[in-house]
Design a protein around this ligand. Structure first.
Ligand SMILES: [Ca+2]
Ligand SMILES: [Ca+2]
Length: 298
């Protein structure tokens, strides 16, 4: 017979991150410096400092005599805005990256949001819709794999791991193939997140934990819940079976103890999530013995 404790605990493996991105972090370049915000040219592997002549970041591509591809990533490294835009995005529950862009005379040939994880050396990007000339256009980019994030050979699991330590994040602008000089402005770069202080749907689980568990924070019916069941063995005895609310891009770890004073030292298995519910049979459970279980989600 098993007794179950519920938990939505974030798993380990975060040791390599030194800082955490901040939900609600905003950079509008109205005051202070643009330090840490650089204009990176991946074709020439060169960085140039950014300026904010009109209280926003300004990117100018000069007049050309011959059409030449030019790509710049306006990116925030660990030094930008006191480190608020780098580091851990996953456990801090960053759900969206918002910003706006103004195209003074031309639209870029291509616009993307990029981020880089130094541990895996992966460059993830999300293609963005073409902005307009002469007006500010706002973007809100979900930090979910299925929002269109791309990496050659990338998987949703790798995406989530790479969100655990972001070296930089930035907006890539590919100049319009026009040879004329062109100016782009970027403003109000904001990280939106799920708050651990809010429980929008009042189901007892805060928004951050719902984000981590992959449940819907606007639906009280959708909540991380573990049920304890038992399966009957041919010998008439029973074995513990657990079933919990799950999402396909989450990993679950089942832990067990028979003495709560000792914590949960027994790792019974790591299970990838299935849509809706995931079931786990604890094959080493002895009939007639009491166990406590804990399911961690990451
Ligand atoms: Ca909730
Ligand atoms: Ca909910």
């Amino acid at each position: 017979m098993g007794i179950c404790l519920l938990s939505a605990v974030i798993g380990g493996l975060f040791a390599f991150t030194t800082n955490a991105a901040e939900s609600g972090a905003l950079e509008s370049w109205n005051f202070g410096s643009t330090a840490g915000w650089v204009r990176y040219d991946p074709l020439n592997n060169a960085n140039a400092p950014m300026t904010n002549p009109t209280n926003c970041l300004e990117v100018v591509f000069g007049t050309l005599t011959m059409a030449t591809p030019q790509v710049h990533i306006i990116r925030a490294d660990m030094n930008a805005s006191e480190g608020k835009f780098s580091g851990q995005y996953w456990s801090t529950g960053i759900t969206n990256v918002n910003f706006r862009i103004y195209c003074a005379t031309r639209v870029p040939d291509d616009l993307r949001l990029y981020f880089y994880n130094a541990t895996s050396s992966n460059w993830w990007y999300c293609p963005l819709a073409t902005p307009e000339v002469g007006t500010w256009v706002s973007y809100s980019v979900p930090m979910f794999y299925n929002a269109g994030w791309r990496l050659s050979g990338g998987t949703s699991g790798q995406f989530k791991r790479d969100l655990q330590g972001m070296a930089w994040i930035g907006i890539q602008i590919q100049r319009n193939s026009d040879i004329q000089s062109q100016t782009y402005r970027i403003d109000d770069f904001v990280l939106n997140g799920a708050s651990k202080y809010k429980d929008k749907d009042g189901d007892g689980m805060n928004d951050l934990h719902e984000y981590i568990a992959g449940t819907d924070d606007a639906n009280a019916e959708s909540v991380f819940k573990v049920e304890i069941l038992s399966t009957n063995l041919p010998n008439g005895r029973a074995r513990t079976m657990l079933r919990w609310t799950s999402a396909p891009d989450r990993m679950y770890t089942v832990r067990r103890t028979s003495n709560l004073m000792e914590g949960f030292p027994e790792n019974r298995g790591r299970v990838p999530g299935k849509p809706d519910k995931t079931q786990f049979e604890d094959e080493g459970s002895e009939d007639g013995k009491a166990y406590y279980y804990k399911v961690d989600v990451e």
